[in-house]
Design a protein around this ligand. Structure first.
Ligand code: MN
Length: 729
């Protein structure tokens, strides 16, 4: 028989236990097809590639997924990474499997796209496929899970990129779909790669107390089990410890100490009926003292990802708080498998209830895609997931009693847009629990919110709302309104902004030069007319600060070309890959010094080292003598400067010192997101004296840009200082 038999052994037993002989035969066929297609390819771990599809298939069998899903899992990388075509998949395994495989296959590279645009387009394709067939995303999550488990073999930068994408996009999606174990494992793995030191600290703190903790939990578990039995006969009582990432979030993002985290310990009680849940709650509250304000009834108000349970936090005898979660068996399945559980029911019984739940569970995907199709910009999707999904949620009600979930901090305007863009666009005010509130009012869980609207034609949102709203969804919808309804106004606004920016940068041109420059800009930005470009600036579809480096660059070219160059002589000079120009020396080695990390726009100076070329320092670096003309090695200090065509984006690090508890990583993300700054890395560390140190690396496009970002961060309450030179400690 075929080669690869020994690898099929890894899967055979699991497959045979879960599927009929007929289905197992199809899976076997898919295995050997995949084995042949990937033959000769290796994983970064050095193992044969087939190990990966096998692992993904196993994860899916563990979820109880069906035969086509497992077949697609085995074939999921075949179209992307081997010569096999999607058409062949259809011929051999049918249209169902083809659809699943196509759904997880990335788009081919489109030239002229940056990384973020590519990521956004791929995500949009994935969500589209998922709205057609939910199995696509479950396969993708299993794929990502195995890749994360084996990420240590991948080189450092790529590892960080993948871990970051996982925590920003895939873990939130798993959360929205309610697949808790996958969400938690993805987050824990991501943290272990992104912030290994903090991860280790938490792991050690947990390991330290391992025996104590086990004793504590077992003790409570046993006591509860005995008492519960007297009321409910069929109850399962389990103990569980919070995930590392869960602790990390509370410690480093919310600034709590290990001791302040109430739900490190949790006891879970699984019973038969909903009324048993409430009966158990009564028993528990009788046994232990509940902590005020920490009871949550997710049975009567399920979370948007369909999660249901009663939560309460209690104080044990030793003064140690612990959480109790009470739920039925069905709720438990939803908590563990989320959407996958309902999808399974649907297959089994074709029941209406499961259909409705499934519809609700993926409703947000359609919602997202709709909002995005209005602007046509896929990066909006990416931002919505990155920003709106990770925040903690508040639950509020419409006057009819429908629950709307919003990220913490969302305003009544965000609420209006979450209902429908037509409601938001016609909004004139809002009532919270029957009281009129200002539009800046941030909604809180449990409030009933009524949006007041105007029927006047021509009524629309105000531009100021863009500064008030906190959800990306609302922002996108408001922009989209301005894009459609206020073209003339946008053109005027955009043009004014453009001219202001040119003046600010002292860019003076003749009318002819100005037109040439605009012509180049609209070409590069793919607009057909000047007005289209100005309109896009006006509604925020193009962010001027992002393209300013390109504009300056083109401006320099135009102005230079017009200046007469009387005598052209070639002077010896060297330009480094970072864009530093050293005049008077040709072919020398140029290095940016580590002590001060100069970046484009900094005032710089060069030092001719012995045998290692020229090292470049910031003029105010402590290693540069105050008076370079009168110092021991003054002849070695030379003038250097930045080339005008220096690359548009660079990494800049800074150190934020914050008051622990007053500032969280989310606040930083929100602030940076609002000004469209990309975070490359972020590391946090608590200090003994109650400070939170945040090491932040961002993508900046000029020193002015970097300075404005730093000023912005420094203004946040809770931030004590923002420092560039201390960024490497
Ligand atoms: Mn894969």
């Amino acid at each position: 028989m075929e080669t690869g038999k020994e690898y099929y052994q890894l899967l055979k037993e699991t497959v045979e236990a879960a599927f009929s002989a007929e289905e197992a035969a199809v899976i076997e066929k898919a295995f050997f097809f995949s084995y042949d297609a990937h033959d000769g390819q290796l994983r970064k771990s050095g193992e044969p590639y087939i190990i990966h599809p096998i692992a993904v298939a196993k994860i899916l069998i563990g979820f109880g997924m069906d035969c086509p899903s497992v077949v697609a899992a085995l074939l999921h990388d075949v179209v992307e990474d081997t010569p096999v075509t999607s058409e062949e998949i259809r011929r051999m395994f049918g249209a169902d499997v083809q659809l699943l495989v196509d759904g997880v296959t990335k788009l081919g590279k489109v030239p002229l796209q940056n990384k973020e645009e590519q990521q956004a387009e791929n995500l949009r394709k994935l969500l589209l496929a998922m709205s057609e067939d939910i199995r696509v995303i479950i396969i993708k999550l299993a794929d990502r899970l195995h890749n994360m488990r084996t990420l240590k073999f991948v080189r450092e930068q790529k590892r960080r990129d993948i871990a970051k994408e996982t925590i920003e996009i895939y873990a939130p999606i798993a959360h929205r779909l309610g697949i808790r174990p996958v969400k938690e494992e993805l987050e824990d793995l991501a943290i272990s790669y992104l912030d290994p030191i903090a991860y280790k600290e938490i792991e050690d703190a947990l390991a330290d107390q391992e025996p104590l903790r086990k004793e504590f939990l077992d003790n409570i578990k046993d006591k509860i089990a005995i008492r519960i039995k007297t009321v409910v006969s069929e109850a399962v009582v389990q103990g569980r410890i919070k995930s590392v990432h869960g602790i990390y979030r509370k410690m480093y993002m919310q600034g709590k100490s290990f001791e302040e985290i109430y739900d490190i310990y949790a006891v879970r009680i699984i019973v038969d009926t909903v009324s048993d849940c409430y009966n158990c709650l009564g028993v528990i509250h009788d046994m232990y003292k509940p902590i005020q304000g920490r009871f949550k009834d997710y049975i009567s108000t399920p979370k948007p990802n369909m999660y249901q349970s009663l939560h309460t936090t209690l104080i044990g005898k030793e003064g140690i708080p612990f959480e109790v979660q009470i739920r039925t068996e069905e709720m438990h399945k939803t908590a563990e498998y989320g959407i996958a559980a309902h999808w399974k029911y649907k297959l089994g019984y074709k029941d209406k209830e499961a259909d409705k739940k499934l519809e609700k569970g993926i409703g947000w995907v359609k919602h997202l895609l709709e909002a995005q199709s209005e602007t046509g910009d896929a990066t909006d999707l990416l931002n919505t997931i990155k920003h709106d999904f990770v925040s903690d949620e508040v639950y509020v009600f419409t006057p009819k009693g429908d629950v709307i979930s919003l990220p913490i901090g969302a305003t009544v305007i965000d609420f209006a847009y979450a209902i429908h863009s037509a409601v938001g666009n016609k909004m004139t005010g809002a009532k919270v629990d029957k009281r009129i509130v200002p539009l800046t009012y941030a909604v809180k869980t449990g409030e009933i919110i009524e949006v007041l609207t105007s029927s006047q034609p021509g009524k629309g949102p105000s531009r100021d709302w863009l500064k008030i709203v906190t959800t990306n969804e609302a922002r996108t919808k408001i922009r989209s309104w301005f894009k459609k309804e206020r073209r003339d106004e946008n053109i005027v606004e955009g043009k004014a902004e453009y001219e202001r920016e040119l003046r600010r940068n002292n860019m003076n041109m003749t009318q002819e030069q100005e037109n040439t420059l605009l012509g180049i800009i609209i070409d590069k930005q793919k607009f057909t007319t000047f007005d289209d470009f100005f309109a896009a600036l006006g509604y925020g579809g193009v962010i001027l600060s992002k393209i300013m480096p390109m504009i300056k660059d083109e401006y320099n070219k135009i102005v230079k070309a017009s200046q007469d160059a009387p005598v052209k002589y070639k002077q010896a000079k060297t330009v480094s890959s970072e864009g530093v120009v050293v005049e008077g020396i040709s072919n020398c080695l140029i290095k940016l010094s580590r002590c001060c990390n100069p970046i484009p726009g900094d005032d710089i100076i060069g030092f001719i080292t012995r045998g290692h070329g020229v090292s470049v320092h910031k003029k105010d670096c402590s290693n540069v003598p105050d008076d370079i003309y009168n110092c021991p090695e003054s002849h070695r200090w030379i003038k250097v400067y930045w080339n005008s065509t220096v690359k548009a984006e660079f990494s800049a690090s800074m150190l934020l010192t914050c008051l622990a508890g007053k500032m969280t990583m989310n606040d930083i993300f929100t602030a940076l997101n609002a000004i469209h700054v990309t975070v490359q890395t972020i590391n946090t560390r608590g200090t003994k004296d109650g400070r939170l140190l945040i090491n932040l690396t961002i993508a900046a496009n000029s020193v002015e840009h970097l300075k404005s970002v730093m000023t912005r961060l420094a203004k946040l309450s809770g931030v004590l200082s923002v420092d560039r030179s201390g960024a490497d400690i």
